[in-house]
Design a protein around this ligand. Sequence first.
Ligand code: GDP
Ligand code: MG
Length: 265
Amino acid sequence: SKQINVALIGNPNTGKTSVFNALTGLNQKVGNYPGITVDKKEGVCKLPRGVKAHILDLPGTYSLNASSLDENVVIELLLNKNDKDFPDVAVVVTDVENLKRNLLIFTQIKDLEIPTLLVINMADRMPKKGISLDIDALEKELNTKIALVSTRKNQGIDNLKELISNYRTLSTTPCLETTAIDEAYFSNLKKAFPNQLLYKLWLVITQDVNFGKTNRKEIDAVANFKTKSNADLKRLQQKETIKRYQLINNVLKKGQTIDLSQATD
Ligand code: GDP
Ligand code: MG
């Protein structure tokens, strides 16, 4: 059977490479992305029921609003369905101590309607920080599956493999409706490109990245669809970020408790 593509994505220092090592062991190699000096780490992992996965450890990324070469690598991959590494499932790795900030990119990837699951890593730090999580509530609020992991203690990795192998059951419903950012603008965009994903269109319009040759024509058409000034687009981007953090705050209110009186750090 075909190998499935898994992309590990997340903010720097959340433990992506630690998760990558836990999944792939010695079955890994390091190469380069063509034309740039960013490392490309890939490996192979055996999943339950004979499924094999190709695992890609992507560079640390704060958001899909690209500002560095590293981040461009991630955006270009996620916007290019024809890339041989295009993920069947995106695994977003987060640090339990920085969930609010780390979840931003989770909501963005989910809005690209890619099956996305969440790793909450560094679970060993929870008692010291007085953090408790209601995983069921978080899964429900984020409409995903969650693996609570400590790569340091080698905990939760088998569960993660199980969740990856069941990626077909993951919801691809977006977190944030783009119309919540600007009803009129995104309704018009939808009318102009009825068969396209709105959040993808929005990234094509606002990000200065290379999308490859395959759908150049289409992308040029979208990129030229500038019914707003750059300043207005910037304002909409800021509004998008605010909306995402509101969403994340509401999610964490329901699924995370931090009791500093229990913290021992
Ligand atoms: P990356 O930048 O996302 O690839 O993160 P790394 O895998 O390089 O890990 C960043 C730091 O977090 C390193 O110092 C790791 O040792 C540490 N780390 C990774 N996983 C865990 C964990 O489960 N628990 C704790 N306490 N630290 C971890
Ligand atoms: Mg790393």
